[in-house]
Design a protein around this ligand. Structure first.
Ligand code: CDP
Length: 215
């Protein structure tokens, strides 16, 4: 099975690494975080009570979601920019703790493996829950200060006014929420290869994953 899972905390570089690994192998990417962000977008735009896990799961189960050429479409609307907003990410992290929502997204995620030459699954629970039989599982970590630094630089490069301390506090809060929730908590699968990218460049991380795959 041509499948690599890449899990890890916020701002560990997972997204960039997943895309580069997939490109090198000619495979597709499942950006599972986008599905939780899409769910958050649905809560925010359809006036759903954010505490109502059952309704969120039902509504998300019916959404028409398409990923094409770097764009994300939900029920015929292009939502990529909205998904990237901070408020969407915060809501995503909150509702990702609902077992009803995680169950509603399970098959949708597993279906990504069908009809593609190979798949890189990017997320928090790709190796532990969604693809437990994946032949290669990566858990990408980096020191939280380093991750805050990277996110800070990203924002400044985009011309956004950013506050380092706020970014750090937000990452710590997000880590705490993701690692301590009852369902699918963020943790490495028993058979995952852990890569600490604190002192590695993106290309070094990509190369080490490709080397693991070639083994
Ligand atoms: O980029 P960032 O780390 O903020 O998040 P993301 O990968 O876009 O995912 C948004 C939120 O969805 C995360 O904070 C997680 O709580 C949740 N998530 C999850 O629970 N399981 C996944 N497989 C992917 C994301």
């Amino acid at each position: 099975m041509n499948l690599i899972t890449i899990d890890g905390p916020s701002a560990s570089g997972k997204g960039t690494v997943s895309n580069l690994v997939a490109k090198a192998l000619g495979w597709d990417v499942l950006d599972s975080g986008a599905l939780y962000r899409i769910s958050a977008y649905a809560v925010q735009t359809k006036d759903i009570n954010p505490e109502d896990a059952q309704t969120i799961a039902e509504v998300v189960g019916k959404l028409d979601i398409k990923f094409q050429e770097g764009e994300v479409w939900v029920d015929g609307v292009e939502v990529s920019d909205i998904l990237r907003q901070e408020s969407t990410g915060k809501m995503a992290s909150k509702i990702a703790a609902y077992p009803e929502l995680r169950a509603a997204l399970l098959d949708r995620q597993r279906n990504f493996i069908h009809g593609v030459p190979g798949l890189v699954g990017d997320g928090r629970d790709m190796g532990t829950v969604i693809f437990p039989n994946a032949p290669l599982k990566i858990f990408l970590v980096a020191d939280v200060n380093e991750r805050a630094n990277r996110r800070y630089k990203q924002l400044v490069d985009k011309g956004v006014v950013a506050n380092y301390d706020e970014i750090l506090a937000d990452l710590q809060r997000r880590d705490d929420q993701d690692m301590n929730r009852a369902v699918a908590p963020l943790k490495p699968a028993d058979d995952a290869v852990v890569i600490d990218s604190s002192h590695m460049g993106i290309q070094d991380v990509v190369d080490s994953i490709l080397k693991e795959w070639a083994k």
